[in-house]
Design a protein around this ligand. Sequence first.
Ligand SMILES: *Cc1c(COP(=O)(O)O)cnc(C)c1O
Length: 462
Amino acid sequence: MKYISTRGQAPELTFEDAMLTGLARDGGLYVPSEIPQMSHEEIAALAGLSYEETAYRVMRPFVGDSFTDEEFRAIIDRTYAGFGHAARAPLKQLSPNHFLLELFHGPTLAFKDFAMQLIGQLFQTALERRGDRVTIAGATSGDTGSAAMEAFRGLSNVDVFILYPHGRVSEVQRRQMTTPQDANVHALAVDGDFDDCQARVKDMFNDFDFRDGVKLAGVNSINIARVLAQVVYYFSAAVSLGAPGRKVSFTVPTGNFGDIFAGFIAKQMGLPIDQLVVATNQNDILHRCLSGEGYYKGETKPSVSPSMDIQVSSNFERALFYAYGQDAGAVAQLMDELANGGFDVSQGAMQALADTYASGRASEEETLATIKSEVAASGELLCPHGAVGVKVANEHRKADVPMITLATAHPAKFPAAVEDACGIHPPLPPRMADLYERSERVTRISSDLATLEAHFRKNIAN
Ligand SMILES: *Cc1c(COP(=O)(O)O)cnc(C)c1O
């Protein structure tokens, strides 16, 4: 199994190298050279298996020779051991044929733990074997950062620097990033918005002197290993509801397009997915693009669902790569146009996107109203991201196909918005109840590239 860049100008890599590299050297994103298939029988055989066994069977073909069977099994077992629910990704019913996939039982209460905990274990195993170290740079709109710090803290061969937009993450998100005391994890509060943070991380990767000097690695949602980890719960959820004998649909609260793209991979592998619905908040560039309006950047407007407050959606490049029939030249051209504000999608590619994805948006009022109405209807307390999903899912449901909405974070990560919406204060799970008493450690820093690079060089601990 080889991995190729969406822009066609970077070397083909193994799974391990693609994972350790993150962003390809031509600025593109790695995708598998071909997507492995699972037969009807192989999918049916997942029924009743543990999450770990499902994860092993779904991901094994993507990993190739990078890890042995035994190594990979042991890694998966360690990955999910710290989750607070035996099913790892349990389904809850909201209404007839509408289900919530709870992806917030990991250590930082958001779905990012599914992939990040796995990456932590994969990096550790690979780096120890190589006798090597890396510096991880990540941009976060809130949840990636804490998930990465939690996954890598205390490891001896990794430093983690996380850039988050100062003042634009929730207090729980901030505290989850600023309270780990391990010397190898570094929280940076950047003066700017999430797109600035993401752009600076990309700039660092494109500064080859710096990149090679500090051995930069990326674990943002562009990392192909993260996408693959997220493919697993599409299978576990669908099989619980009768797949492959029956089609299911998914609605995914979307920001950087990593989670929903994992759904696309699941579908390409053979999982019978009817609709894959992209749900956006008021930052709706993806919904506008999928509605045929082209992909043009606007201003990011802070919302009650901050983990989806972005304009440039990194993983959308992968969706475009497949929509353009794997034409890397066409993708490279679009990304050049994006640097100058945006691009129109060709008619053929638009058709391919429409065949794969549906979309919708939720305004701030609609998001809060959905939290209120859902707790009244089913007793489920949604986080604002899940509420965006439920609102859009309700617009796409069909009577004869189960709809699964991804609940991407625990409501207690966004207590102010939830309380505003419905008057209920969502408590933190007991294992995190002392978060507000822990002391914080953070550096406020400008979004200037040279300043950031100097800070990295000076503070690497390992
Ligand atoms: C990251 C995140 C999202 C968006 O996921 P993408 O893979 O970036 O599309 C949605 N909800 C929550 C809670 C998140 O943390």
